[in-house]
Design a protein around this ligand. Structure first.
Ligand code: CP
Ligand code: NVA
Length: 307
């Protein structure tokens, strides 16, 4: 298993299975892990806002017997020009692990390259692996398996699309991405996902027809049309993404038992209708809860005391 948690594509299906099994165990019996990170400290660097990532990592560390330190953009010297590498080199002399939410993915790679302690990706402009690990746990809980299921992601070819392509294909799912013209996912990520899918018995479909992407899907996923840092493009994106809203009409192409997923924060009336977001197929708050359990599994595995 890799010593950092930077991308799902760094992992094999067996690695991800180990994390999912440990997360299940932790969810069933959290008390059994109450000393797993006793006396250990996680530093949390945030260049962008966060509700779920911030709170679930903080609470997760407490429940494991350790503590977390929140380092927002104004709390440390990054905005005054201290490099990410220097920040990491200093931090790892004090703490036992670093979780970072950064803009540039290369900054996270630089951080991991110099860090002597495990580094966990809490989202970059490129990917969001902890979210998708929680999503895989949620899908398995709701539909009892991963391999062979069709996951349709409708929207921007962004960080969420990239991690869903990686995670889904590694686990043998059929991953379809329906995106507006000009908002396709990264070609290298798609190529790697195709290779993974071929190996694991899944497939990858990239299309600008949302109905084609969603046809017969077991899981329908969407994300905001304007990610953090893209606020200046919001009006243009709102216009370009018309026709890609997940509503009852579009959901009609999916399987009758299909579940609806969203990493949140969500925008009712934009990427998803209120009816679907708050409807019976929506599992959005289970996804949010599972962030806690899978991240505790990652913390225990990468940082925890070995029993
Ligand atoms: N889904 C997610 O990562 O939420 P936050 O941005 O609130 O952490
Ligand atoms: N694509 C979104 C995900 C938020 C969890 C963003 O980067 O803002």
């Amino acid at each position: 298993m890799p010593r950092h948690f930077i991308a799902l594509s760094d992992h094999t299906a067996e690695d991800l299975r180990r994390y999912l099994d440990l997360a299940k165990l932790i969810k069933l019996n959290p008390r059994a892990f109450s000393k797993a990170c006793e006396g250990l400290t996680l530093a949390m660097i945030f260049q962008k806002p966060s509700l779920r990532t911030r709170v679930s990592f903080h609470v997760g560390m407490s429940q494991l017997g350790g503590q977390a330190i929140n380092l927002g953009p104004k709390d440390i010297q990054l905005h005054r020009g201290e490099s990410v590498s220097d920040t990491a080199a200093v931090l790892c002399r004090y703490v036992d692990g670093v979780m970072a939410r950064l803009f540039a993915h290369q900054d996270l790679l630089d951080l991991a390259a110099v860090s002597r302690v495990p580094v966990i990706n809490g989202l970059t402009d490129f990917n969001h692996p902890v979210q998708v690990l929680a999503d895989l746990q949620t899908i398995e809980e709701k539909l009892c398996r991963l391999a062979g299921l069709k996951l349709a992601y409708i929207g921007d070819g962004n960080n969420m699309a990239h991690s869903l392509l990686s995670g889904g294909s590694i686990m043998g799912m059929h991953v379809a991405v329906g995106h507006p013209e000009g908002y396709a996912p990264d070609a290298n990520v798609v190529a790697m996902a195709r290779e993974q899918a071929a190996h694991a018995g899944g497939s990858v479909l990239i299309t600008s027809d949302p109905a084609e992407a969603i046809a017969d899907a077991d899981v329908v996923y969407t994300d905001t049309w304007t990610s953090m840092g893209q606020e200046a493009e919001a009006a243009e994106r709102l216009a370009r993404f018309q026709g890609f809203q997940i509503n009852e009409a579009l959901l009609g192409y999916a399987r009758p038992r299909a579940i609806f997923m969203h990493c949140l924060p969500g925008h009712r009336g934009e990427e998803v209708s209120a009816e679907v977001m708050d409807g019976p197929r929506s599992v959005i708050f289970d996804q949010a809860e599972n962030r806690l359990h899978v991240q505790k599994a990652i913390l225990v595995h990468l940082m925890g005391h070995k029993r």
